[in-house]
Design a protein around this ligand. Sequence first.
Ligand SMILES: NC(=O)c1ccc[n+]([C@@H]2O[C@H](COP(=O)([O-])OP(=O)(O)OC[C@H]3O[C@@H](n4cnc5c(N)ncnc54)[C@H](OP(=O)(O)O)[C@@H]3O)[C@@H](O)[C@H]2O)c1
Length: 265
Amino acid sequence: MRFFYARPMGTALVTGATSGIGLELAWQLAAANHHLVLVARTAERLESTARRIRAAAGVDVEVLPADLATADGREVVAARIRRDERAIGLLVNNAGFGLGQRFVGGDTAREEQALAVMVHSVLVLSKVAAESMVARRHGAILNVASVAAGTAMGTYAAHKAWVVRFTEGLAAELSGTRVTATALCPGLVRTEFHASAGVDPSVWPSIGWIDVERVATAGLRAVRRGQVVCVPTLRYGAIAAVLKVAPRALVRRVAGPGASARALL
Ligand SMILES: NC(=O)c1ccc[n+]([C@@H]2O[C@H](COP(=O)([O-])OP(=O)(O)OC[C@H]3O[C@@H](n4cnc5c(N)ncnc54)[C@H](OP(=O)(O)O)[C@@H]3O)[C@@H](O)[C@H]2O)c1
């Protein structure tokens, strides 16, 4: 709740805004006087979140129930981003989930859903937002990736690596347009993420966890600075740096599909 933009971004649209990192980003943006558009699948949870934020922060909050794994859901959100009235100044592509399964023998539909939410939706919504923002010469896109992007932890790592590379390319293409793109790469954050993936969070030591408020604050600060890649906390910054230079055979061994990456923490 301690974040303030030097320059107001108007209305922010946050996907996955009912829980965890997206919810905290929404609260911090509301505290900085942004109007909000909240996106997730569960309409009642969106409504109750919106009521609480409106009452506490006095900002306008629209809700947009949409399943970003579907073309219809993505189009509902894309149509809102295209709208000029109360234009979106900040798009936060945050919705995502852990698969909680191996690729070989895992559920194919779940794999396709993960790709759709964490890659396809990020691509479609970023394109619509970037085009609208460039036309207005103002705006920012914040894509939530993960420090897992540097690991070999299955398709989740591959999706997050795509988000980082995509954001880097987008940021370079947007240079000089007054529109920025930022990838936020958190480490472990206590949210509903692990329970919904069926993963036992106790496999990681308590020292590995970062406070959700700290992650959201770092992400929004990076947006304000026009930073392209943000890895919150020194510890995870160091881990990300090691993952970049470490031999990939070693990364596959300590941070591959079977590993809990305890060795990295
Ligand atoms: N927690 C971590 O340790 C961690 C670490 C690094 C990166 N991340 C990334 O951070 C982002 C947020 O995760 P979180 O930890 O905050 O998880 P979370 O607490 O489980 O929240 C996920 C949010 O995404 C929404 N969502 C899920 N599937 C959706 C879909 N198909 N369409 C629309 N919305 C959907 C959920 O709402 P509904 O279920 O109502 O749709 C919820 O609001 C994700 O991209 C995740 O990969 C998390």
